[in-house]
Design a protein around this ligand. Structure first.
Ligand SMILES: [Zn+2]
Ligand SMILES: [Zn+2]
Length: 260
């Protein structure tokens, strides 16, 4: 066996291969399903008493898109597992470490940094996916097949888009040289956004409102309904800066915040 191949294979004996990329992928996928499955069951049930919290009045498309979404999630996870395995010899050189939790204020600062950076990067990637015709037609349009989304549709997307979205989410942790537990918390938070942002419900008691400026599903739901605008993941402020709110979104938001 050539020397370079032996050296390459030896990198996989590092226990961090399992603790960093593989456990990270498992935590991320498990978190998405933990958030998305109950919210999807709720959408399938569609209780009358909760309909006033729905963003769109049109019925959910749970029956049509549940199995395609689960199948696509499986394919996407396998694709990302392969890409992480291939890139491990480079990833292991990063500062991600197996050390203890930092101080609580440092954890909060690191999570805030990841939310803001990821949102900024995602905004431009997403906007680019809409501007570049080939990418829109062959990659991003898959995610847009669904108009009345529910939570499980959050990761129904082309594997290329799934891998790129995952890579963006890793930029912050790689820059910070995060410890593993904080990385896992960040991945849980990111998948909460993917599930909740597609849930179709805006509940006043949503714990996501603890994140400043976070608006829940209304923001991204308008992106699916209008196909243009509202390009960020978590927070709507970037569309204000760059003039890209989805049509009708500001009126809807103003109505919601009007005193009853
Ligand atoms: Zn889009
Ligand atoms: Zn979406």
């Amino acid at each position: 066996m050539p020397h370079w191949l032996q050296a390459w294979l030896a990198t996989y004996q590092d226990p961090m291969f399992w603790r960093f990329p593989m456990t990270g992928l498992a935590v991320s996928t498990g978190a998405f399903l933990a958030f998305a499955l109950p919210l999807t069951a709720l959408a399938a049930w569609d209780p009358v008493v909760l309909r006033r919290y729905k963003v769109q009045t049109a019925p959910f498309e749970v029956r049509t898109w549940l199995w395609p979404s689960l199948r696509q999630l499986g394919l996407n996870v396998v694709t990302v597992a392969l890409l992480l395995t291939l890139s491990w010899p480079v990833l292991r050189l990063s500062g991600i470490h197996d050390g203890p939790w930092p101080a609580w204020w440092m954890v909060l600062a690191q999570l805030a940094f990841c939310v803001l950076l990821d949102d900024f990067l995602y905004y431009w990637m997403h906007r680019g996916l809409h501007r570049q015709r080939w990418l829109l037609k062959h990659v991003h349009s898959q995610h847009h097949r669904i108009r009345q989304c529910c939570a499980i549709n959050g990761n129904y997307m082309h594997p290329l888009e799934y891998a790129a979205t995952g890579a963006l989410a890793l930029v912050g942790p790689l820059l910070l040289g995060m410890s593993l537990p904080v990385l896992w918390v960040w991945l849980v938070l990111r998948q909460f956004e993917a599930a909740d942002g597609h849930s179709g419900y805006v509940f006043p008691w949503n714990p996501g409102h603890l994140i400043p400026l976070y608006e829940g599903a209304g923001y991204h739901d308008f992106h699916h309904a209008k196909y243009q605008g509202n390009y960020a993941g978590f927070l709507p402020y970037l569309d204000r800066f760059f003039g890209s709110y989805a049509k009708g979104y500001l009126q809807w938001r103003a109505e919601r915040h009007k005193p009853a």
